[in-house]
Write a protein that binds this ligand. Structure first.
Ligand code: ATP
Ligand code: MG
Length: 441
């Protein structure tokens, strides 16, 4: 709870603190209620604004609501009406923040959580649940960063092998000449440089789980050996005559198109069938956008601990931008984006401004595409073109608070062309430029 003497003071306070509700008069010295509201909307500050107005100024209040105010009350203020308004505003604010959406479903060990409430992820959780009761091999498919390793850990740490080791091997990162010894171990003198006997990852993972990441990148020779472990539960270390029994559960993962690799003769079909007993497919994040809000609040909690910060929530417009983004790097990219926000954000709310530039830009472009509607009065080609051009420029300027450089960049119009058109169509960018009129040269 805080108070400000007038609109200007409120604007100053907003720059350094987070407020869920602002109650303000319409008529105020220095900065009116409407101007304060515009200031808030232009800066995409996450707060709810309600206005107090004299009966004579109700028209202003109604206009303010059109500009995005939440509600207004008339003077003299009745206590019950005021309390009702505050309760209603709080409910709306909380709902928008969606903070309660985090739904941890699985615990992949070591304090990690696997979050998701889309029907795709619920299905994954059901399969994982079944897989924790058996020891069959698992093949996890999905693009980069979709959570393949996290799901592998969830299977391990929720199953009967949870007290055994979880050993991860990235098959794509180990040179071809070393992978066999890495997986199966070697005897002393097995090859040049092997001056000591060494046990392999299969032995390390005994009674536990071996996670073979990027299995699509293994060579035909390694594939033959893996097939043998899967069939006979035994293997021979490099340079050894002794066969070793293996009590290891294999979970493999890949983002490659294995069926295509099989057709090209680069992946063994028999190994594929052995691994694919219970396949899990993790859909890309852009196909399960319902999970984004929950993931965001999960990462906010995580980074609050890691960075020792107190971020409360994410602003609505920032969340919308994240929900609309395409996420080529999937959840890893989303996680990095939130961490980026933690580094740059100084308030207690992750704002749109704290998002990386490419996400802000994508968001502005998409809302511009959605909102540009065109009306033509006569069906004349030249007039139609002009009317489109004018409307487009007005919308683009509005979206960017009248800033010429920004509009030119985001709408992809050369700056000189933009200035020429502004003059031609007699557009006043200052009209869209916030209360201090930030028109760039
Ligand atoms: N459902 C989820 N809930 C919470 N965090 C998740 C979820 N899915 C993925 N993550 C997080 O996203 C990051 C990437 O996940 P992970 O490493 O498991 O992906 P991957 O599919 O193995 O990626 P790559 O193909 O690049 O190896 C990790 O930090 C992980 O903890
Ligand atoms: Mg991985």
């Amino acid at each position: 709870m805080d108070e400000a003497g007038d609109g200007m003071e409120a604007a100053q306070k907003l720059a350094s603190g987070a407020y869920s509700l602002i109650l303000c008069d319409v008529r105020m010295p220095r900065l009116t209620g409407l101007e304060l509201l515009k200031h808030i909307k232009d800066r995409e500050i996450s707060t709810t604004v309600a206005l107090i107005t004299a009966h004579a100024n109700v028209k202003d209040a109604v206009e303010a609501m059109r500009e995005g105010a939440f509600d207004y009350i008339e003077k003299p203020i009745n206590e019950t009406t005021l309390l009702e308004l505050v309760a209603k505003a709080k409910k709306a604010h909380d709902m928008i923040q969606k903070i309660s959406l985090s739904a941890p479903m699985l615990s992949p060990g070591e304090g990690r959580e696997c979050v998701g409430q889309s029907k795709e992820m619920k299905r994954v959780f059901q399969i994982v649940d079944k897989l924790t009761r058996v020891s069959t091999s698992v093949l996890i498919r999905g693009e980069n960063g979709t959570g393949k390793e996290l799901v592998a850990r969830a299977i391990h740490f929720n199953g009967p092998r949870k007290d055994g080791p979880f050993v991860a091997v990235n098959c794509a990162a180990i040179p071809e000449t070393l992978i066999e010894s890495e997986l199966f171990g070697h005897e002393k003198g097995a090859f040049t440089g092997a001056d000591q006997r060494q046990i392999g990852k299969f032995q390390y993972a005994a009674k536990g789980t071996l996670f073979l990441d990027e299995i699509g990148d293994t060579s035909p020779a390694t594939q033959v050996k893996l097939l043998r472990v899967l069939q006979d539960h035994s293997f021979t270390p490099v340079g050894s005559a002794r066969e070793v029994k293996s009590d290891v559960r294999i979970i493999a993962a890949t983002n490659r198109d294995l069926e295509k690799l099989i057709r090209e003769g680069k992946f063994r079909e028999d190994l594929y069938y052995r691994l694919n007993v219970m396949p899990i497919f993790l859909p890309p994040l852009r196909e399960r956008r319902e999970d984004i809000a929950g993931l965001v609040s999960h990462f906010i909690e995580k980074f609050n601990q890691e960075h020792n910060k107190q971020i409360q929530t994410i602003a609505t417009d920032a969340l919308t931008a994240l929900e609309n983004f395409n996420w080529p790097g999937n959840i890893r990219e989303l996680e990095n984006t939130i961490e980026h926000g933690f580094v740059v954000e100084s308030s207690s709310v992750l704002t749109f401004a704290s998002l990386p530039d490419h996400i802000k830009k994508a968001s502005r472009k998409s809302s511009l595409n959605q909102k540009t509607t065109l009306q033509v009065d006569s069906l004349d080609w030249e007039k139609g073109k002009e009317s489109f051009e004018r409307e487009f420029i007005v919308q683009a300027l509005k979206k960017n608070s009248g800033r010429i450089n920004l509009t030119a960049e985001i709408a992809n119009i050369p700056k000189n062309t933009l200035l020429r058109k502004i003059k031609k169509y007699n557009i006043n960018p200052r009209e869209f430029g916030g209360w201090e009129g930030n028109l760039e040269p």
